[in-house]
Structures are given as structure tokens and as C-alpha cells.
Design a binder for this molecule. Structure first.
Ligand code: C5P
Length: 233
């Protein structure tokens, strides 16, 4: 059976809400609860650990969840960086393989997407991880410190990576067993696998699975959730 980690411990400064992003209201509930709902209704997930902001609910089961509900939900304090939060949650979640990692900042995730990413990893024995991603539609250029373009990247090879990311547990444990400075460089966990020579495969995901970073994203997410029919679960 799989286990899932939700990282929700970021400060969300770019959102400018004056409180951690996890607790920003979206469609009538705290932002992180959309991800919890999606993972709770995903087939094959046994337990969920959530890394919460340290000063708020870290270390406790977040309020409003029945501790007897299945899958079981475990609250843990987040770390100084995203990958440290993943490490804390992995240490707390208990046995289970593979491990689903999801950013609470992506509230539009669906259980269908999580199940497809788990199935992709199951279907490719040589892979260490499978990750949700969408082909890039913008032309992407490399720009130097002076604001001048130095390179235009080949768009047909570029994918914008999302979460969920699903890992074979041993590979994720090895990848996270590096100094804090290395963890701090990782903007996703798959990179930690790639740099060690691991095999990561992409699973085509919807662009709707957007990341809420700035106020504009929150407005778009609100509209998309309203089109889906409001809170569920
Ligand atoms: O800051 P960033 O956009 O990389 O955050 C991605 C996800 O990682 C968010 O869901 C955020 O709550 C989480 N995070 C965390 N602990 C941190 C930093 C970010 O759980 N120290």
C-alpha cells in the first residue's frame, strides 16, 4: 500500500496573505484541505502525513480531521526548506511503498491524477519515480544577470513539472539522505533522484493542476473549483 506526504509548511510570502499559505481560504475551506480530500479519496493510500507550519499546528493532527478516519492522517512540524518538510513527513508516516509527495500549494489535484501517477510507476519497474507534468506552451529563454537573452531552449523537450510525484521508498530515502544545503537547492524531490542517476518518468497532467503562488493564482483556482461544483469530501 502507498503512503502520502503533503507539504504545507511554507510561509507563502508571495501570496501576501499575512498568514501561512496552507490556511488561506479557498472556496470555503483552508487551501491545504483540498489536497487532503483528494488524497483521502485516492485508491491504495494507507496513511497521510502533513508537514504543517511549525508555529501553527506542527506536530499535531490538524484540527477538524477525525483521527479514526481512514486513511489515517498524521500532522508533523515542517522544516526550514521544502525538502526538509518532506523528510520530516516521511519519518513520521510509517511503513508503505510507494510514497506519494504532494504540495499543498496545488489544491486542484484530483484522485484520478494521483492514481495515474502511482500506476505509471507500477508499470515501469526500471523507474525510481513518476511525476505529474505538462508540456510547456511558452517559449523559454535563458537570461543573464544583465537582462540579455543567452539561449532559447528547445520547447518540444520541455515539461513543466508538478506534484504529485510518486517514489519508490528506498530511492526517496536515499535521495533525502544528503546535507541540508543540498536539500535547500531542490525545488522538487525528483531532482534529488535525477542528480544521483535515477530514472524519473513523466505522466501527462492537466494544466489545471496549478500551483498557488501569487494572488492571481488564487483567483484562477477559485474559478476552477467553482466550475467543479464547490467543496467536496
Ligand atoms: O515555496 P515553494 O513554492 O517551493 O513551496 C512548495 C510547497 O512546499 C508548498 O506546499 C509549501 O507549503 C511547502 N513547503 C514546506 N516547507 C517549507 C517550504 C515549503 O512544506 N519549508
Amino acid at each position: 500500500m502507498a503512503v502520502a506526504l503533503i507539504v504545507a509548511a511554507g510561509s507563502g510570502e508571495r501570496l501576501g496573505a499575512g498568514q501561512p499559505k496552507a490556511f488561506v481560504e479557498l472556496g470555503g475551506r483552508d487551501l491545504y484541505r483540498w489536497s487532503v480530500s483528494a488524497l483521502q479519496t485516492t485508491a491504495g493510500i494507507e496513511r497521510i502525513a502533513i508537514a504543517m507550519p511549525q508555529d501553527v499546528e506542527g506536530g499535531k493532527v490538524p484540527s477538524g480531521f477525525a483521527v479514526t478516519a481512514l486513511p489515517e492522517i498524521i500532522g508533523v512540524p515542517g522544516g526550514a526548506t521544502r525538502s526538509e518538510s518532506v523528510r520530516h513527513a516521511l519519518e513520521a508516516v510509517g511503513p508503505g511503498d510507494p510514497v506519494v509527495v504532494h504540495d499543498a500549494a496545488r489544491p486542484l489535484v484530483t484522485s484520478d491524477l494521483v492514481e495515474r501517477v502511482i500506476a505509471a510507476l507500477e508499470g515501469e519497474p526500471a523507474a525510481d519515480a513518476a511525476i505529474a507534468a505538462a508540456p510547456v506552451t511558452d517559449t523559454v529563454k535563458r537570461v543573464d544577470g544583465a537582462g540579455a537573452v543567452t539561449e532559447t531552449l528547445e520547447r518540444s523537450e520541455l515539461w513543466a513539472v508538478q506534484t504529485p510525484q510518486v517514489f519508490r521508498r528506498a530511492a526517496l530515502e536515499r535521495a533525502l539522505d544528503v546535507p541540508a544545503a543540498e536539500l535547500a537547492r531542490a525545488t522538487d524531490d525528483a531532482w534529488l533522484i535525477e542528480r544521483a542517476g535515477g530514472r524519473v518518468i513523466v505522466v501527462r497532467a492537466s494544466e489545471e493542476n496549478l500551483k498557488v503562488t501569487i494572488p492571481f493564482d488564487l483567483r484562477v483556482a477559485e474559478l476552477l473549483l467553482a466550475m467543479r461544483g464547490g467543496p467536496h469530501g
